[in-house]
Ligand binder design. Structure first.
Ligand code: SAM
Length: 246
């Protein structure tokens, strides 16, 4: 269960109505039952539901680590329909750090504030179910060009997935050793991070590919078959998480 730090006082968690509903009505917990509370920023606590069912007591902090060793951002051209929800839950399960939904030359969508709220709730629920320490950030949608300017860390490895052409495979383009280097001892060291962009159903336009290259994004392939716009980010992230964790 994700809680806000304002709900926490002297080892007591004060549950909101919807959290109480979830624990008591959905999960059918009762007094004395234990569950895990997290703040979505890295802290986890084993907690016990109190007799009044509206509070819980923290029993102990839990030290678990399920995060990828470095930050991975996905820039994703928003697909029409509900496909973005599937991307958010799958990418959260696979360890994404943040997602930037973008409009591209071939897609123009203006998701409502309610939709954005729903996307963030899906990220939170998926983070809970896959025992993440953090809830991935879902940024407000940007234009693709603007999203390229958001990448300000110099030590970021940038990739743009392109469905056609004789280009290197993402798996052969990840400098796994550099990405996993233990650099704790170097002062002012900026840890590496990865950004991967995947396009809309109609693909990126040549102009977008040129802009991405100018922003130091390397064109990469995800294999010989053309993947759907909702499959490509999941495949890209599966490759990255496997390369970082295997
Ligand atoms: N007709 C489009 C084209 O030719 O580019 C196909 C676009 S594909 C349905 C949607 C997005 O998924 C692409 O823009 C790309 O980012 C990604 N993608 C799909 N298959 C891919 C592959 N085999 N390699 C790299 N990227 C791929």
């Amino acid at each position: 269960l994700v809680i806000a730090t304002t709900q926490l006082q002297n080892q007591q968690i004060f549950l909101t109505d919807s959290q109480k509903h979830y624990l008591v009505k959905v999960l059918r917990l009762t007094k004395g039952n234990r569950f895990i509370a997290m703040d979505g920023k890295g802290s986890w606590w084993l907690s016990e539901l109190a007799e009044n069912l509206t509070e819980a007591t923290i029993i102990e902090s839990i030290a678990i680590k399920t995060e990828l060793p470095i930050s991975v951002t996905l820039i994703i051209a928003m697909p029409k329909g509900n496909g973005f929800e599937q991307i958010i839950s799958g990418a959260t399960e696979l360890g994404v750090t943040s997602i930037i939904p973008v409009n591209s030359d071939r897609t123009l969508l203006h998701p409502s504030p309610q939709k954005l709220e729903r996307w963030r709730r899906i990220a939170q629920e998926s983070a809970e179910q896959s025992e993440r320490q953090i809830v991935p950030t879902i940024l407000d949608p940007l234009d693709f060009t603007t999203s390229l300017e958001q990448i300000i860390n110099d030590n970021t490895y940038r990739y743009i997935c392109i469905a056609r052409g004789d280009i290197p495979h993402l798996l052969n383009s990840l400098p796994t050793e550099q990405l996993l280097e233990n650099t704790d001892k170097i002062t002012n060291y900026q840890p590496p991070s990865i950004v991967i962009a995947t396009g809309p159903e109609g693909g990126w336009t040549p102009s977008e590919i040129e802009q991405a290259k100018a922003a130091e994004f390397q064109p990469v392939s995800l294999g010989k078959r053309i993947l759907r716009a909702i499959t490509a980010p999941i495949v890209a992230l599966s490759l990255v998480s496997s390369a970082l964790e295997a």
